[in-house]
Design a protein around this ligand. Structure first.
Ligand SMILES: O=C(O)c1cc(=O)[nH]c(=O)n1[C@@H]1O[C@H](COP(=O)(O)O)[C@@H](O)[C@H]1O
Length: 246
């Protein structure tokens, strides 16, 4: 019976190519049913309305629709709010690793689609004038061969119909990878690393900064601060994944 049902399903909805997230079989255009369920589940999880990070096990949050994590209640950010497609774990984490470290550039399309979904889930971002990818240093760019944030920004920009400018925000020198550094070191690690090349192009404009991951927010915060100092209006942030707060 199960086999017959599968054969019938295959006739009506022939199996498509691999799911870009998990590599399993999918029938539609998007991700496979299993990954779709995981992603939709993330959309129902509690998250901080400011930094967009997801509540971890044991996190204390008020039982109201809009809440801020402990850090965002104490601390202000140079961006108005940040959002992500989901937490940095499971299929999203695996996909980001394959994208970034094994050069599967085509994953930008799928990840950007999930990011655009998160951006459109309610009045998250107002009118946006321009999207800026998180820059890599020239050294890192040469080594990796591509900037993962720039690939994501290109796709997100076309889905959300926002112009994307690469080269307005640059990273002048290579810094130690953020992963593995304690929080305080993550902030000082990036000091003076970002620069805006043409502040006139940002003045008064509403900016979306795009990156792959938001963990402590130090990278996004450093970049957003430089963009604000260059005269931008409001700054928002969008990443493929965000950490959890506890
Ligand atoms: O290159 C990195 O700094 C980096 C290495 C790594 O293994 N994982 C990782 O998330 N990152 C970057 O670290 C930043 C997120 O860390 P926070 O600055 O703590 O939010 C993003 O720009 C990531 O691209």
């Amino acid at each position: 019976m199960k086999l017959l049902w599968k054969a019938l399903l295959n006739l009506v909805f022939p199996e498509g190519p691999e799911c870009p997230l998990c590599g399993g079989r999918r029938r539609g255009e998007d991700v496979c049913g299993k990954c779709r369920k995981i992603i939709d589940g993330y959309g129902k999880e509690p998250y901080c309305a400011r930094c967009g990070r997801y509540a971890g096990k044991g996190a204390v949050f008020p039982s109201v629709a809009v809440h801020f994590c402990y850090e965002c209640r104490k601390h202000s950010w140079p961006f108005v709010r940040a959002r992500a497609a989901g937490p940095y774990e499971s299929v999203l984490k695996d996909a980001i690793h394959r994208f970034k470290y094994t050069g599967r550039r085509s994953l930008a399309i799928c990840l950007a689609r999930l990011m655009a979904e998160a951006a459109c889930a309610g009045p998250v971002f107002p009118h946006l004038d321009l999207a800026l990818p998180m820059p890599l240093s020239n050294e890192k760019l040469r080594r990796r061969g591509f900037n993962q944030a720039a690939l994501l920004a290109k796709e997100v920009g076309s889905l959300l119909q926002i112009p994307v400018s690469e080269g307005l925000l640059v990273k002048d020198f290579e810094t130690s990878p953020q992963a593995g550094l304690p929080r305080a070191a993550r902030e000082s690690n990036l000091m003076g690393a970002f620069r805006v090349t043409d502040s006139g192009a940002l003045r008064g404009r509403s900016i979306l900064i795009i990156d792959d991951v938001f963990t402590t927010g130090s990278t996004m915060s450093s970049a957003a601060s430089v963009v604000r100092k260059a005269g931008a209006g409001q700054v928002f942030a969008l990443t493929a994944a965000a950490g959890r707060y506890f």
